[in-house]
Design a protein around this ligand. Structure first.
Ligand code: HSE
Length: 307
């Protein structure tokens, strides 16, 4: 008995929508889970050398948390142990939601193996608690564009698919940036002016994406709550943003906590031109990297194999 779940990369924040807006990308990893006599973790692809293959693995921790929360008879199929295979096809520690993908992937797989004791909303709540913010996990779970808010009522989330077939040009710099570090540089308080700057743009962003008013995206993705502070860790950021917009991007933002940059484009050829311009700008700053143009994933995590 095993289950393989396909789970998308995600880009979070979209500039103004800090910790609330997320988008699933058509760039997928795979999580396979099967009951076993003890714990075996296999990691192939991105991070195969660095990622822990024991109880410290974040997917193992997520699964252990789930198993602790459910009644003994329900968790029986996995209580002796399990084999977990993480096939990572998109980069880790680059702001593309690899930790969210691992957590969501293993929780969805375990839920299937255990006879679906949890609803998707309960999986979202647990994954959000583990992740610390709901944006990446909600997008990884549901696909499309999500707005997700944590409150005392759990995670309140709306998913929608945009009316247009966007392409997102991703610039992936050759260095790792832990989300924890990228959050440490953020101030604990902000001015009312900056709060209003972002909330007005975040509202504009969602309205523009939902209605396909793409000429609004440039302003809608502007941000004063995290990107200006994170620039201290990525001094090349402003120039890369400028290169993307000059090459015709509709809007540009740091992907999650970075260092990947995401530029929204109308089609594939514009996406490639924008990606190349961003890559050139990054290299001019002495940093290597590569680019990848993706479309949106509108399905989210899904079971692709079971046996
Ligand atoms: N919203 C989170 C942050 C996303 O910006 O820190 C991390 O991928």
């Amino acid at each position: 008995m095993f289950v393989t779940v396909q789970v998308p990369a995600t880009t979070a924040n979209l500039g103004s929508g800090f910790d609330a807006v997320g988008v699933a990308l058509a760039w997928h990893s795979f999580v396979t889970l099967e009951p076993y006599d003890n714990l075996v973790v296999e990691v192939v692809g991105e991070g195969e050398k660095e990622i822990a293959k024991n109880e410290n693995n974040i997917a193992v921790k997520a699964l252990r948390t789930l198993l602790r929360q459910l009644p003994e008879d329900v968790v029986k199929p996995l209580s002796k142990g399990f084999r977990l295979r993480l096939e990572n096809r998109f980069p880790i520690t680059r702001g593309l939601g690899s930790s969210a993908a691992a957590r969501v992937g293993v929780l969805v797989a375990a839920n299937i193996l255990l006879g679906e004791p949890l609803t998707l909303e309960q999986i979202l709540k647990l994954a959000t608690e583990l992740e610390g913010h709901p944006d990446n996990v909600a997008a990884a779970l549901f696909g499309g564009i999500v707005v997700a808010v944590s409150s005392e009522e759990g995670v309140t989330c709306v998913k929608f698919s945009p009316p247009l077939d966007f392409r997102i040009a991703l610039l992936v710099p050759d260095f790792a940036l832990e989300t924890r570090k990228a959050r440490e540089v953020l101030p604990s308080t902000v001015s009312r002016a900056d709060a209003v700057y972002n909330l007005s743009r975040a509202a504009l962003l969602v309205a523009a994406l939902a209605t396909g008013q793409i000429d609004r995206l440039k302003v809608a993705m502007q941000d004063k709550l995290h990107q200006p502070y994170r620039q201290s860790l990525m001094p090349w950021l402003a120039e890369v943003f400028e290169a993307a917009l000059n090459a015709g991007a509709l809007g540009v933002h740091l992907s999650g906590a970075g260092p990947t940059v995401a530029a929204w484009c109308e089609d594939e050829s514009k996406g490639e031109a924008v990606a190349k311009a961003m890559c050139q700008s990054l290299r001019a700053a002495g940093i290597d990297g590569y680019w990848h143009v993706v479309s949106l994933d509108i399905q989210g995590a899904k079971v692709v194999q079971r046996g």
